[in-house]
Design a protein around this ligand. Structure first.
Ligand code: SF4
Ligand code: SF4
Length: 409
């Protein structure tokens, strides 16, 4: 794939508006982006709406957020939602929460969730002399060493960058502070623990989410400092600044699933994503196709399993549910984020049922699961789905099973 500069991207955008022209990367990813497309304002992210929008905010959503920071969690008698489960979940979130809180009061920056990270040493004053090919090979080697389970590169694509940041302190928009002349996004994913996700829904399973983010943070901060040490600019980002999923797809890390999540070949949807924007000369990866769209067209397991039916059963379309918390002008499967978040708030922790049941979420250290994964990518797809269900893969295990398993090694 040829390198496209930000100036060329603007030029392509104007041509697209005049001629209905599609970007090469859209043809490769299958994204259908229309004239209706508008970039997303972070203010409308469901977690931010739960702070300012009375249609989303409730006593339960306030208690949901508080449960991550205090001992206010209502420890229930139900297995998986007891004191020990919440204790582990909040410990797994600690690195993510600690780094997010560092500059919140002093600088109105909630880094990693609303703002990009700024906690870096000065880099080198002289740029390393190396080709884009050399930089790319070394970055991937360094990136996995520094903690990324998988790493991909795409060109900077302004469409997925938020129009504004959001301040939960002042309840107002903030200017987007990402420099516009960075040329690449380096996208990383880290695996969430498989056994813990098998206990969803539970407070215990929320530990896999927190652990995934915490591992992402260690990797993304270290890789960013590595690029700065080479003399180039780099901005580290977790859920802030830009939509991670389209960037990950463009960077060749996976495909888009019916449940609205990235599906990777290695870990399925059981990943957390982070990214680094940089001007280090690199070679972008190609988007990949391992048959996910064809599988989702006939599967619908996540749609059936979702307790609030937030995942569509029908074909990808432009439906935006409540109109503000979803991307406008992109044909895709779109979950009803308001229904999903309400369920999280009501049960007092996040939910990953759609990850647990997905046939791509299997432990591929086992040969049978590797075979089924291979079958999902070809004409044996229907048989693979039938076998996956027949073998009761993805059924919920108890938190007691997890804790006993942990203590028996
Ligand atoms: S559960 Fe099935 S339909 Fe849903 S994302 Fe996974 S493969 Fe696609
Ligand atoms: S996280 Fe849970 S509530 Fe939300 S879409 Fe997935 S299954 Fe449904």
């Amino acid at each position: 794939m040829n390198m496209i500069s930000p100036a060329q991207i603007h030029e392509i955008d104007s041509q697209r508006q005049v001629n209905g022209w599609q970007r090469p990367v859209d043809r490769q990813t299958g994204f259908e982006v229309t004239e209706e497309f508008r970039r997303f304002n972070q203010k409308y992210d469901m977690f931010n709406r739960a702070v300012w929008d009375d249609e989303v905010r409730s006593e339960r959503s306030d208690r949901f957020f508080a449960s991550y920071f205090t001992d206010l969690a209502r420890f229930r008698k139900v297995e998986g939602f007891q004191h020990r489960d919440y204790a582990l979940r909040n410990a797994a979130w600690y690195i993510a929460d600690f780094t997010a809180d560092l500059l919140e009061t002093s600088d109105d920056r909630k880094e990693g969730f609303l703002d990009s990270y700024t906690m870096f040493r000065e880099g080198a004053t002289r740029k390393i002399e190396a080709s884009a090919e050399e930089n790319t090979a070394a970055l991937k080697r360094a990136g996995t060493f520094l903690g990324a389970d998988a790493i991909g590169i795409c060109e900077y694509d302004e469409r997925w960058v938020y129009t504004h940041n959001y301040s939960r302190q002042k309840l107002t928009d903030k200017a987007m502070d990402l420099p516009e002349d960075l040329t690449y996004a380096v996208v990383i994913v880290n695996e969430m623990d498989h056994a813990t996700i098998e206990t969803v829904p539970s407070a215990l399973s929320g530990a896999a989410t927190g652990q995934g983010y915490s591992r992402d943070i260690i990797a993304v901060l270290s890789i960013t400092q590595y690029i700065r040490n080479l003399g180039y600019r780099a901005v580290a980002s977790l859920n802030d600044t830009a939509l991670s999923i389209p960037l990950a797809i463009q960077a060749g890390l996976g495909q888009y699933g019916r449940h609205g999540l990235l599906i990777t070949p290695e870990f399925g949807p059981r990943v957390r994503i982070a990214k680094i924007f940089t001007d280090l000369p690199l070679i972008a990866d190609e988007p990949i196709d391992f048959g996910v769209t064809e599988t989702c067209n006939i599967c619908q397991r996540c749609s059936s399993a979702c307790p609030v039916k937030a995942i569509p059963f029908d074909a990808p379309n432009f439906d935006r549910h409540d109109g503000v918390s979803h991307l406008k002008g992109v044909r895709k499967w779109t979950i009803n984020a308001a229904k999903c978040f309400k369920f999280w708030a009501n049960q007092g922790t996040d939910c990953s049922i759609c990850i647990r049941v997905c046939p791509y979420n299997r432990d591929v250290t086992k040969a049978l699961n590797r075979l089924l994964r291979w079958m999902l990518g070809n004409r044996w797809r229907r048989l693979a789905l039938w076998l996956d269900q027949k073998l009761r893969h993805g059924e919920r295990k108890t938190a007691g099973w997890w804790w006993r398993r942990a203590s028996s090694g």
